[in-house]
Write a protein that binds this ligand. Structure first.
Ligand code: PLP
Length: 713
């Protein structure tokens, strides 16, 4: 496997060797319970006290309390509970309190979720109010001035985890102190620790949250700072540890490890200086600029942590960049927490008011303050290689991709699909069902493959799709054929020929190389049929693909007497195409990639997909048993260029990117059945491919669950 370059330190870091050694020492030698009064306990207690006093010194905590907690989420929880209990007590005493719980729009979810949770649980009915940020991620101080008079608690982070944007805490404090009754103030300092100077007791901060695993300590240890006069309510009651403020036997291994990290911070040998970190960050930024023309940094670097870069590349989604970097052994993350199925646009970048494409393309690169020059140099070399791959594969500009293949390309965005029908010989294409969110990707693809566009069409009747269709047509400018420009309101070009469909009707048809795309109006909706006509006829078995809106088929099938009954529109489509015609929808609420008329007519259940998962440990045995199995790598071409292909001696392997899977379906379905084993990076895309085949009635489809990542390939 390619050696790993880990650039996701804002998510978590490895544990510093000295911290791991301290943890081991605490578990082996200083294993005592710090509440015990014998020698063993006293020694453990002493270790804990010395870590606390080091933390107090380093953070400038003065007379404030520093509690050991499990992490920042617990610290935030405790702070919110304390502040809200104080509000409740004041109310009970008949005093007036602020009605607002104010939080920055880019706070980590732990903050708004805790506010909502405790507000609900305590029945306080306070109002959660978002403090907006500007396009650089800085808090809107005028808005804060407007809220502060009625605020009970204000939550602002010291530095943002996604963008690295550094908040102006001094300015925020000035606004808070002007209020007649100063609200309580919680600052999430998770990303600031070790990267920004902190002197807590010199500020008006009431609560500050820290997490060890963001700075080379293990997961499960953190700190909560509580200013000397701030109200406090324990989150955990029990044995009275931490002077009764946080019960539960302390995480001594974690505390010892945190102590080693703090010691390293204090002695100045392990962590790089601010100036060095800025130099390393600039090296990374310069290599990104050189490798990825058009790159946009999503926050001004001068107001950003020196260890974080957040950027977007026009026409390339976060997911594509993550896949590419991952294949090249560079671990980065999208600007948002993303589930396997869906890379949601970053809420942080959306809150900053950045354009939708920037939020949907964001990638975060972050390194820890103990990073070496060598790691950054190696990362720069890989970035250069990734840039070359992106350009060569036509994903990033500028490029003139020559390796263009015929067929249908699927672009997806959160369960919605756009389709590009491509003829390589004439270098022309037709776009069906474009979406606003996919526009930059479609334009980049078309530009980099140097394609002429014969038509931009939609099967959907709603205003949103029509506006996405006409916007893309405009954006394509000279690439769009004149006949399409002069076409009708649906984008259907002038001067099209006529073709007779299987039901005897005559349809307008647009030639695409050897194929024709026929417009088929049925049951009040529109579909487009792609196939190879024979002497002006398109018999049902010549139709390979039908592009249709979601409402046209599956959704309209109802069950009667236990059997599926086709909708009127499905029945009409059935008269002009064959059962094996691939249905390419504009949206599939079920998450299916594609289906066929046949598969829509049979009842499928998830049970069919249950045994399709192969663990990496059983893959070899499976392949031994099935000598004729075909390994199908569904990663995109650029990922293969970045990393080694998964080869299995003696087994045939093919590359069919998921975005082009639909072209292969009929060949597999109509050919001699053989076991297909799909593979990809994480098991997500290969799972979709195998499930798609199973639903189409192809029982011999499997995939490598957990992907190449877990198989160590
Ligand atoms: N706050 C910020 C800014 C973070 O980055 C994180 C971690 O992702 C948290 C809070 C939550 O920290 P923990 O994982 O220690 O609960």
């Amino acid at each position: 496997m390619t050696s790993e370059i880990y650039l996701d330190a804002n998510a978590t870091t490895s544990v510093l060797p000295a911290a791991a050694a301290s943890a081991l020492h605490a578990m082996g030698e200083l294993f005592g319970n710090p509440s015990s009064t014998h020698y063993t306990g006293l020694r453990a207690k002493d270790m804990m006290a010395s870590v606390r006093s080091r933390a107090t010194r380093l953070l400038g905590a003065g007379h404030g309390q520093l509690l050991f907690v499990s992490g920042a989420t617990e610290a935030i929880q405790t702070a919110v509970l304390s502040a809200l209990c104080a509000v409740r007590e004041r109310r009970q005493r008949g005093e007036t309190t602020g009605q607002l719980l104010v939080y920055g729009a880019t706070e980590h979810k732990a903050v708004p979720e805790s506010l909502a949770h405790w507000n609900r649980l305590l029945g306080l009915d306070l109002e959660l109010r978002v403090l907006p940020v500007d396009t650089q991620g800085q808090h809107d101080l005028d808005a804060l001035r407007g809220m502060v008079g009625d605020a009970a608690l204000v939550c602002t982070m010291a530095a943002n985890n996604e963008t690295g944007c550094i908040s102006d805490l001094v300015a925020i404090e000035e606004v808070l102190c002007v209020a007649a009754v100063r609200p309580l103030w919680l600052v999430d300092c998770v990303q600031a620790l070790g990267k920004l100077p902190l002197n807590l007791a010199a500020t008006r901060i009431d609560y500050a949250a820290f997490s060890g695993h963001k700075l080379y300590a293990p997961k499960g240890i953190g700190l909560l700072y509580v200013q000397a006069d701030a109200p406090f309510t324990p989150l955990m009651a029990g044995g009275g540890q931490e002077a009764g403020l946080r019960s539960g036997t302390e995480n001594m291994a974690g505390i010892a490890a945190l102590g080693a990290v703090l010691e390293a911070l204090e002695d100045g040998h392990t962590f790089r200086s601010h100036g060095t970190l800025v130099r390393l960050r600039d090296e990374l930024a310069n290599s990104l600029r050189a490798a990825l023309p058009g790159i946009v940094f999503n926050t001004p670097l001068a107001k950003t942590l020196p260890t974080t870069l957040n950027f977007s590349i026009p026409g390339v989604s976060s997911k594509e960049l993550l896949d590419l970097f991952d294949a090249a052994g560079v671990r980065v993350s999208s600007g948002s927490a993303c589930s396997a199925a869906k890379a949601a646009p970053s809420f942080v970048l959306e809150a900053m008011g950045l354009p939708a494409w920037q939020a949907a393309s964001a990638v975060r690169m972050s390194f820890g303050p103990a990073t070496s020059d060598e790691l950054i140099s190696a990362a720069c070399a890989r970035i250069a290689a990734c840039g070359a791959i992106l350009r060569a594969s036509g994903l990033a500009q500028p490029s003139r991709q020559t390796n263009t293949e015929d067929g249908v390309v699927q672009f997806s965005d959160d369960g919605e699909y756009a389709w590009l029908l491509l003829d390589a010989t004439s270098r022309s294409c037709i776009v069906v069902d474009p979406l606003e969110a996919l526009e930059p990707r479609l334009v980049t693809y078309i530009d980099s493959h140097n394609l002429g566009v014969l038509a931009v069409l939609t099967t959907r009747a709603d205003a949103e799709h029509e506006s996405a269709r006409s916007a893309l047509a405009r954006r394509l400018g000279l690439r769009l054929d004149d006949r399409a420009k002069a076409g009708d309101g649906d984008g259907w070009p002038t001067g099209c020929g006529a073709i007779t469909l299987a039901n005897g009707s005559v349809a307008s048809a647009l030639a695409l190389g050897q194929l024709s795309l026929a417009r088929f109006e049925h049951a009040g909706s529109k579909a487009y049929l792609l196939g190879q006509p024979i002497h002006g006829h398109m018999p049902a078995d010549a139709v390979r693909f039908a592009f249709t809106a979601d409402t046209a088929v599956g959704a309209a099938i109802t069950q009667r007497d236990g059997g599926p009954v086709a909708s009127a529109s499905l029945l009409q489509l059935a008269r002009v195409m064959q059962g094996a015609t691939v249905l390419c929808r504009s949206r599939d609420g079920r998450g299916h990639l594609a289906s066929t008329l046949q598969s829509e007519m049979v009842q499928t259940s998830n049970a069919e997909e249950e045994d399709m998962h192969l663990r990496s440990a059983t893959l070899d045995a499976f392949l031994e048993l099935h000598a004729d199995a075909l390994l199908v790598d569904v990663r995109e071409p650029f990922e293969l260029l970045a990393g080694p292909a998964p080869c299995k001696a003696g087994h045939e392997a093919v590359h069919v990117p998921l975005s082009r899977l639909v072209n292969q379906l009929d060949t597999w379905l109509q050919g001699t059945p053989r076991p297909l084993v799909f593979v990809c990076r994480s098991g997500n895309r290969s799972g979709k491919a195998a499930a798609c085949m199973r639903r189409l009635g192809y029982g011999q489809a499997w995939h490598l669950a957990g992907g190449l990542a877990l198989a160590g390939r």
